[in-house]
Design a binder for this molecule. Sequence first.
Ligand code: HEC
Ligand code: HEC
Length: 260
Amino acid sequence: MHLLNLKTIRIFYTIAAAALILISGCGSDEKVPETKTDTSKKDTVSGTADTKSSPGKDFFYMKSSSNNIACADCHGDGTNSDRPLTKYFSDIKGADKRKSTYLGKFTGDDVKKTAGGATLCWEAYMKMKTPMTPEQIELLNGYYASLDTNDTQSEVTYETIALPQEDRAKLKTEQAEILKLTGDPVNGENLFNNACGLCHGENASVKKVPSIIEDFDGNVKSITYNVRFGDGAMPFYKLNLLSNQDIADISAHILKINGK
Ligand code: HEC
Ligand code: HEC
């Protein structure tokens, strides 16, 4: 219900913002990022006077025309912690100053050239068919740099078995461990709503995602595989942010609602 409320508020603000733009006669000289994607759903709930709209910010909040997800749905910029997935993925504050991103996949000049690896997210997670343009990359680097931050880490590190390569042996160990745990479906439902609901839940808004809340024929092992390695547009989850017990709980919930 909480999510529904947020949605209603968001729609209300979007309409209010659209009305304001109409009233003010589109007099703004701000440039809209050059893409065919929908810019009408930019974040208007958490935006405050000191985080004014800018072309870089608009781009960061723009929903993909392919599957309806935005950078801001997964990554925090300091104002969008109300979006549940931002808890699971790196903050972009200070990303322009990092020496290495994506756990070493991008280093040196490539950090700037890929907007910290965002070009990969654009194609993998937002399913955009055409690569990000140099102008869009510049918009993002500019947006990172515009954010107030004390974060001067040269690299963000975390625990995963998905990078630098998928570690199949470790996956097997994890699957065996998770199978031994007893999952709590009630906690699992909460976790599922937060960590998976945007894409797989009853009110999921991301498109081109298989339903796992009905007719799911997977099991604990396959759920663990997807969560730890990611799959296509599905991101991988870190060991330190989603534990094996969490996966056991989420699995218990998914299997329960599927009558297993
Ligand atoms: C479905 C969620 C998702 C979306 C949407 C997404 N990303 Fe990512 N992004 C990830 C994941 C997963 C990683 C790797 C793990 C991490 O850094 O949290 C990542 C990594 C990154 C990194 C590297 C962080 C570091 O220092 O290692 C940056 C920068 C980034 N994304 C920016 C963006 C931008 C900008 C967009 C929009 C064009 C975007 N991402 C869209 C999930 C997403
Ligand atoms: C950003 C959207 C997104 C999020 C968040 C997400 N998934 Fe997925 N998930 C997908 C997509 C897209 C696929 C299909 C992958 C493919 O085959 O290309 C998928 C596939 C799956 C599958 C395999 C489905 C099948 O029928 O084989 C499972 C299981 C799964 N996800 C579980 C989860 C769980 C558990 C979470 C939360 C911890 C989660 N997903 C979070 C997008 C997402």
